[in-house]
Ligand binder design. Sequence first.
Ligand code: ADP
Length: 301
Amino acid sequence: MLSLQGVRKSYGGREVVAGIDLDLRPGECYGLLGPNGAGKTTTLRLALGLIAPDAGAIHVLGEPVPARAIAARRRLGVVPQADSLDPDFTVAENLLVYGRYFGLRDSAVHARIPGLLAFAGLETRGAARIASLSGGMKRRLSLARALVNDPELLFLDEPTTGLDPQARHLIWDRLKRLVGRGRTILLTTHFMDEAERLCDRLAILDNGRIIAQGTPEQLVAEHIEPHVLELFGEGVGQWLDAHAARLPARFEKVGETTFCYLRDPLPALAELRQAGAMRYLQRPANLEDVFLKLTGHDLRD
Ligand code: ADP
């Protein structure tokens, strides 16, 4: 569906994509994760053929890109980071106008509009102005608009950034439906919970390189101890001074919180009976822990 082999791109002598290999299988949701500046958006722009690589080969749906980028883009759906809906048109008109970019006849798009609006949960909003929509509605409309040409492959750049939790869940539900219908999705995200829920496989990028790749479960199992204790509140320093040396744990301090990574949480939990005012949370390891360990960047910022 999408293949990148040894792809490189420099700006001003700095390599921002430094040799990336990717291979998306039909029907999977693939995530590109990474801290700001890791090269995620540049990788998407290369795959779209909007910029040319300095080295390497890119194929989208079998088409070499950028040589045949226009042909490839006709079969793609793209949801950009910032909504680019036209405020001068209604919801339904936005779909119609977008369809024209693909050379679709108005009658063909008209026939698709009810289904696209239903998919977006905007059945009653066809005649509404864009300004009257909430952020979540706009994002769902952008997603519906990206489906106007019935694409096999969708690129989504941070699909839920800026949305509230409920609106995020509604987008996740739509993306799962699309994968359920056999579509292939490439998405970039900052949100580890999003990647963990949606992505069949993902790559973690840092400094233009893929530093880890696999299913969320594989990445957690490969890189992180299975149990995590998060220590916070008053007295963490004193508690660690008294107990850390005796515990078979790896410690990471991020802001106010100390993370203890453990194979066996029981000894530490026994010691935590003397936690005093300090608070703690026990949980299984997740992708955010992997991210933190591999990139050293805190995503909570
Ligand atoms: P991400 O999407 O992971 O945040 P980007 O791909 O947007 O990262 O950016 C990677 C790096 O490339 C950043 O340091 C950014 O400043 C730089 N960059 C991206 N586009 C350009 C450009 N057109 N000119 C110069 N530098 C760029």
